[in-house]
Design a protein around this ligand. Sequence first.
Ligand SMILES: Cc1cc2nc3c(=O)[nH]c(=O)nc-3n(C[C@H](O)[C@H](O)[C@H](O)COP(=O)(O)OP(=O)(O)OC[C@H]3O[C@@H](n4cnc5c(N)ncnc54)[C@H](O)[C@@H]3O)c2cc1C
Length: 497
Amino acid sequence: MTPEPPVLIVGGGPAGLTASLLLSRHGVESLLIDKRVGPSPLPRARGVHSRAMEILRVCGVEPDLRAVELPITPGAQFQADLTTEPFREDVTSTAKTVVSPCDGLSVSQDVFEAVLRDHARAYSPAQLRTGVLLESFRIDDGGVLATVVDQHGGGTTDVRARWMIAADGARSGVRRRLGIEMHGPDDLGRQTMIAFRADLSSWTGARPRGIYFLTDTGAALIWTHTDDRWVISRPGTTTEDDPAAAVRQVLGLPDLDVEILAASPWTAAAQSASQYAQRPVFLTGDAAHRFPPAGATGVSAAMHDVHNLAWKIAYSNDGTKLLDSYADEREPVGRQNADETGAAWSRLFSGNGSPFSGRSLGQLDMGYQYRSAIIADDGSPDADPPGSDYRQNAAPGCRAPHLWLNDGTSTIDLFDRHFVLLTAPPGDPWRDAAGRSVGVPVDSHVVPEPEWPELYGVEPDGAVLVRPDGHVAWRSRTGSTDPAADFRTAMSTCTGI
Ligand SMILES: Cc1cc2nc3c(=O)[nH]c(=O)nc-3n(C[C@H](O)[C@H](O)[C@H](O)COP(=O)(O)OP(=O)(O)OC[C@H]3O[C@@H](n4cnc5c(N)ncnc54)[C@H](O)[C@@H]3O)c2cc1C
């Protein structure tokens, strides 16, 4: 029997690696296993959005990722094939820089995971073992008893853990073993992805577009690595054909010198699990939801899941309300993302402008509002209505808004391991109340910036309590005659203790 880690993480993709990193920052020991040893031969995702980068900024990972970022020209370009003039260009809005300290990141998933893995390994509470397969598990009173197999001759071992995070991808064996169904369409069209190396600089320039939609063949072309590596994804499952011929045909370049690196069929799906947890097991990332790549939200959502979960495991003390809130908060978001990206997938090549007609991509990334027993609803109207673009909002359940502070940091940088109470100066009554809080650590922060009260929807004597995952847990729009009692009640609600 392997020494007992409180948390067993199954899968070392973006969800599992981020879970390891975040649990370590909370001082929680974990064992991550992944059956793979090396990176996937297909780069899959080519980047993450701003909210995921905020999580990585707080963890100190962002500089290493920016160092390997691809110098793309943001936006999408539509043309018949690579040799023809574009007939439409969708330039990515720069509005996000106002609402976030982080731009999205353009880097291939294999490179992204390598950087995450190095950071995850650097924390002493984390063990990461590759080439190790979860063979089976059972749930009992002590948590989970898992049987794992070292695929390189190390034999079979039992691992006991209090909690298990299923981060084992779209075909999740954990999910299937628990009998959890997926809801939503599982076949929105079959595609073939081909990774190849070719010098396309004569047609794309030195800073290629984020994505090229090549409308003659309905294919997408994406630059993945600076050493002339690219992928195309095109409708149909044509791995039996000559992939080099397929690449040349899609690009409209019959004489192109092409080196094929990998080719694989895949099926677009827009699904979300009927249950996100069967305690003590939590489904995260693609194990919980599968989105078509319209808007490229899969990796980001995987990271949002574990960001929501990690602090709850750290703070739970087995508290039911706190752990139940993972599924209560993330399941509606997963379902909504599946619906929105599923609808957008069918509109990718048609019409003008964004294929998102319900919630915008910015809303999917940052606009969702959690509602659960540990969010102290203050009666504000829905902060995330469909049909509008993302606007920062500090209503309970929302991501706490970004504001640049005088020292050059962002409010986002304050939300890491502890609950944080924000007030305008002087804030003494609330800070005194937070100082007397028992049970969980609360950091108090006085925000002198004059924009803060309006941005956070409070009077200058109000207060906002933000969770370790950067979502607003409670706010008092005004001062209180008994801040200590109000704060105690808020903490009790928001921690479930
Ligand atoms: C063709 C394609 C294109 C995509 N394009 C994009 C895109 O542009 N943008 C985007 O955001 N997303 C994209 N995605 C989706 C993105 O790759 C996933 O959303 C993301 O990888 C999910 O991360 P994850 O950690 O949940 O799962 P995964 O990355 O799938 O990781 C799961 C891990 O679990 C391991 N594992 C599985 N079973 C076991 C077991 N029994 N024991 C031990 N280990 C196990 C696997 O080896 C794997 O490493 C694309 C996906 C595909 C297939």
